[in-house]
Design a protein around this ligand. Sequence first.
Ligand code: GDP
Length: 191
Amino acid sequence: MPTRFVASGSNARNLQVIEGPEFAFVGRSNVGKSSLVGKLIGAPKLLRTSRTPGRTQMLNLFEARDDFRIVDLPGYGYAKLSKKHRASLQKMIYDFIVERTNLNGVVQLVDIRRTKVSEDDLRLARQVLDNDIPLIVVITKIDLVPKTKRLHHVSQIEKGLGIPSRSAILCSAKTGDGRKELYGRLSEFKA
Ligand code: GDP
């Protein structure tokens, strides 16, 4: 089956459910989520990469070729949105994660350049773990940090999020690095 866009929704109840494994992808706006998801499902144009951060505020469900679903959640933490608007987006994301009972895991993306983990990122990671949902952390845009400095950045981020050392997956949508590893990790959670 080819990769395809299935549906949009504004909450867990009005977004179609299709049987089989499903993963939610979350992260701050501009973290590189559309680029990475596009690369992962082999359909880079399916997700607009040049949209205004924060504008796309729906939950978008995609069916990937390899028998799993991805829900692309709105990016959070966009500084140009009002505090109230940011809080309502955060709530939408949180409610979705808690109410979407068919989720096999949440894939949280963080930018390798931000060694100081943001409040938004930390809150989200906690919400996922507190609800006993598998959390898969992906560190994006690794091509933007020289190899010699990557380990330091990665360990700062892992510490900041409170996840085990060396558990994050390092990816670049630009070079394709990490794609296989991410696929492999998702497969572990498909059952
Ligand atoms: P989103 O808001 O999280 O969906 O982020 P986008 O996928 O739209 O990416 C935001 C910006 O980062 C765009 O200018 C992308 O070209 C750039 N970008 C995304 N992934 C990478 C990457 O792996 N490496 C580099 N160098 N740039 C990236």
